[in-house]
Design a protein around this ligand. Structure first.
Ligand SMILES: C[S@@+](CC[C@H](N)C(=O)[O-])C[C@H]1O[C@@H](n2cnc3c(N)ncnc32)[C@H](O)[C@@H]1O
Length: 176
């Protein structure tokens, strides 16, 4: 869980990266929105951007104003310029996570920001004092295999949907 300040910095960078790729971010979907820092940032900084935030937790939905959806079974009816899914898929088993990635792809018109702790992160990179270990631990390879079905990896958590017009220079992303 990151601080509001950190998410504001990240949201601003992700938004500007979309602009760099000539994507006007008119609509955003935040999946597993939790305390809603991404939505708050968009509502304050870009009030004309349409933001939809969803979460499976009834409590989070009531408290932070999200729509109640389970991304492993919910197929959004429309597409969003930018989709956020930060620190969510580790709570889903393999089959549910696979379906969730397919549903994220179905919702993405241009760019997905995706973050999840992998096996390697849990071993070497996360702060064990503030990390929830009641989660599914999968390899980066597993996530890449699923994401690569629909997206091109651009780096820094950014994934460009294959059907998008965004052109990534060869060294701007992962060659695969
Ligand atoms: C660790 S929090 C992350 C919250 C926020 N994305 C962030 O980075 O601050 C994980 C959130 O994902 C939600 N979540 C877990 N499984 C979900 C699912 N299947 N569909 C939608 N949300 C889910 C939880 O309810 C929780 O609010």
């Amino acid at each position: 869980m990151h601080s509001r300040r950190k998410i504001e910095t990240l949201a601003s960078a992700v938004h500007q990266f979309c602009n760099w790729w000539d994507v006007q971010v008119r609509s955003v979907l935040d999946v597993g929105a939790g305390v809603g820092y991404w939505s708050d940032w968009y509502r304050n900084s870009h009030p004309s951007t349409k933001i939809v935030s969803v979460d499976v937790s009834e409590h989070a939905c009531k408290k932070y104003g999200h729509e109640r959806r389970d991304i492993s079974s919910w197929t959004p009816k429309r597409k969003f310029d930018l989709v956020i899914c930060q620190s969510v898929l580790q709570y889903l088993d393999d089959q549910a996570a696979r379906s969730a990635i397919k549903n994220l792809a179905g919702a993405t018109k241009n760019v997905l920001f995706f973050e999840v702790p992998t096996k390697n992160d849990l071993r070497h990179n996360v702060d064990r004092k503030v990390t929830d270990f009641e989660i599914y631990s999968r390899s980066g390879l597993w996530y890449r295999h699923e994401l690569n079905k629909y997206f091109k990896q651009a780096g820094a958590g950014l994934w460009v949907i294959k059907s998008s017009n965004i052109v990534l220079y060869e060294l701007e992303g992962n060659a695969k």
